[in-house]
Design a protein around this ligand. Structure first.
Ligand code: GDP
Length: 188
């Protein structure tokens, strides 16, 4: 039974129709306003919607991704939906997560510090951990260097990528990289 930490891998692939298919629950973490909902909506609906909060609500969104080796990955993506404020929901939110996407805004050093707090608080060696510097389109206002973030990510065994939900830059790549890192069912 899960204790509510990010320690259980959702290795649900045995119930999928093709043995190569994968299912993975993803959770998003990070400060409010860094663009978590916009990243999800860009990936799932192909849109940039600054009023995303209203559209996402409290549930999760699903999206399927086909990899080059023809593996189909079914993502179940959980946005925070204000769970920072509702601690009682946290165990439900984290249960069975295969990957955690920790997001900051490259123009906000505070959001980068907060990302490190989320990694410390909810990180786990048992799941895929990803650090995302979002709003890369605002590079003129950059105040977190890619190098600092990359170094932090390496130290903490995380994959690092910079994205823009606004321009769609690196959004698909983010989810493809997660898919590649998911544990595969062993061949029988
Ligand atoms: P959340 O609280 O982390 O879910 O953040 P939201 O997804 O609601 O985004 C907060 C605001 O940041 C939105 O109103 C967007 O206008 C803006 N935003 C999100 N992603 C980007 C991005 O990649 N570039 C820019 N320029 N703005 C973004």
């Amino acid at each position: 039974r899960s204790t509510g930490g990010l320690n259980t891998v959702n290795n649900d692939s045995s119930s999928a129709t093709d043995s190569k298919d994968l299912r993975a629950k993803l959770v998003l973490l990070g400060d409010s306003g860094v663009g978590k909902s916009c990243i999800v909506l860009r990936f799932v609906r192909g849109q940039f919607d600054p009023t995303s909060k209203v559209t996402v609500g409290a549930s999760f969104l699903s999206q399927t991704l086909a990899l080059e080796d023809s593996t189909i990955v079914k993502f179940e993506i959980w946005d925070t939906a204000g769970q920072e404020r509702y601690a009682a929901l946290a165990p439900l939110y984290y249960r069975g997560a295969a990957a955690a996407i920790v997001v900051y805004d490259i123009t906000s050093p505070d959001s980068f510090s907060k990302a490190q707090y989320w990694v410390k608080k909810h990180g786990s060696p048992g799941i895929v951990m990803v650090l995302v510097g979002n709003k890369a389109d605002l590079h003129e206002n950059r105040s977190v260097s890619s190098q600092d973030a990359q170094e932090y990510a390496e130290k903490n065994n995380m994959f690092f990528i910079e994205t823009s939900a606004k321009t769609a830059d690196n959004i698909n790549q983010l989810f493809e990289e997660i898919a590649k890192r998911l544990p595969r069912p062993t061949a029988s």
